[in-house]
Design a protein around this ligand. Structure first.
Ligand SMILES: *Cc1c(COP(=O)(O)O)cnc(C)c1O
Length: 407
């Protein structure tokens, strides 16, 4: 559970009453983990940050954040930019030299589905979107036959493999990442990670290994291992970590120097970026250790909904729960409407529920209570629950099929 604070994160005296109310709203907002807001302490920390010009590379707060993230990631250098879309697209642009060339992604990948067609726009690459045969994550066996190698002029050679971790909240098994990395190296193909939620993977891994999320060196150990197979990675700071803005690329110094050049061309150089860099720095220090609690809250939400008879559509491994209330005779629309009509509304965006570090345990309990109440009403109306088939394989098959939908 999130660590109870001795002091509220936002007070009327420091943050203003409007923002006290905004915090209550986001604590009940399950649409995304972008729905966090900066805390008083975070903005007070930002207030003290250096105010140099980062395009001239004269801002200490930005440079020190970049150095910190590079070290945590076990890479030579890092580059701060405004969004995860920008850091993915800058990375991909930096990898790709000149057509003909192509990129392998999962068919659900954010880089090709959710970034406004940026890959085609900025690199002229063809994207090969693969469907994982296990329904959840790509394997070496999926990727190897799809590689375009050699000099046959009909084809666009594979220059980059892009993976995503987490994808729909699911953790990419690291031994498979390592195998894919080996394949890429063998053929001199680049490896990029869309690690928008790699912090969540790191938090889960720290827990699994019995390490301490508050220790910089423990985070470094885990993140370095996770990113070792990649030439570059994009790490969002405004998702689970809860920075107001920002994302970072990590890679070799040469790669980052080149990406910095493209960032300028994209119009993405920021002048006095110290305040936002400091807010992100604060978030790594103070919010990262809360992710384990976030994940526990997601598990509680999953258990509550499952106990009531809802389908859980994908494995809950970090901060996302995909649910379907159809087995208890409810529609998503009706559940969403009832949650929104509460005196203190709960917001959801269809079947994907995202828990973040400011989600409140109370919101999770209220959510479960609403579904329980609706289920009871439904039963009282003489519509018995649909018969449940108790077959683990059926359940597993459903999970895999549903996970393939992607978000
Ligand atoms: C959110 C997200 C991004 C980047 O999004 P921005 O809104 O541009 O910061 C990239 N990849 C994944 C998987 C994401 O969830």
């Amino acid at each position: 559970m999130p660590v109870p604070n001795s002091k509220p994160e936002i007070t009327a005296e420091v943050g203003g009453q409007k923002n006290v109310e905004a915090l209550l709203k986001v604590s009940r907002d399950f649409r995304s983990d972008t729905m966090t807001i900066p805390t008083d302490a975070q903005l007070l920390f930002a207030l003290q940050a250096s105010r140099g010009d980062d395009v001239y590379m004269e801002d200490d707060a930005t440079s020190s954040l970049e150095r910190r993230i590079a070290k945590l990631a076990g890479k030579e250098a890092a580059l701060f930019a405004v969004s995860g879309t920008m850091t993915n697209q800058l990375s991909i642009r930096t990898h790709m030299k000149q057509p003909p060339h192509s990129i392998i992604t999962d068919h659900r990948a954010h880089v090709h589905k959710m970034e406004a067609g940026g890959i085609a726009m900025f690199t002229q690459a063809t994207t090969h979107q693969l469907v994982p045969s296990n329904g959840i994550y790509l394997t070496l066996e999926d990727i190897e036959p799809a590689l375009v190698l050699g000099t046959n002029i009909h084809y666009a050679p594979t220059k980059l493999i892009c993976l995503e971790n987490t994808l729909s909240g699911m953790i990419f098994p690291q031994d498979e990442v390592v195998r894919i990395g080996g394949l890429a190296r063998k053929h001199d193909i680049g490896m990029h990670l869309d690690g928008a939620r790699i912090w969540n993977v790191a938090a889960a891994e720290i827990e699994r290994r019995g390490l301490d999320a508050r220790k910089e060196e423990d985070l470094e150990t885990v993140l370095t291992d996770l990113l070792e197979p990649f030439d570059s990675a994009s790490l969002c700071l405004s998702k689970g970590i809860g920075a107001p803005i920002g994302s970072a690329i990590v890679g070799t110094k040469e790669f980052i120097d080149r990406a910095r050049w493209f960032r300028k061309a994209f119009g993405g150089g920021i002048r006095q970026s110290g305040g936002i860099a400091a807010a992100a720095d604060y978030a790594i220090t103070h919010h990262f250790p809360r992710l384990a609690g976030t994940h526990a809250l997601a598990r509680r939400l999953q258990e509550g909904l499952k106990e009531l008879g809802c389908d859980i559509l994908a494995p809950v491994e970090t901060n996302m729960v995909f649910f379907d209330p159809a087995p208890i005779g409810l529609t998503l629309d009706s559940v969403m409407a009832r949650l929104k009509a509460l005196p203190e509304p709960i917001l959801v965006m269809r079947e994907r529920l995202v828990v973040h570090h400011q989600s409140s345990p109370q919101a999770v309990e209220d959510f479960i209570a609403v579904v329980a109440e609706m289920k009871k009403e439904r039963e009282a109306g003489g519509h018995p629950e649909k018969e449940q088939v108790d077959d683990p394989m059926l359940e597993e098959g459903k999970l895999r099929r549903q996970a393939a939908l992607g978000y």
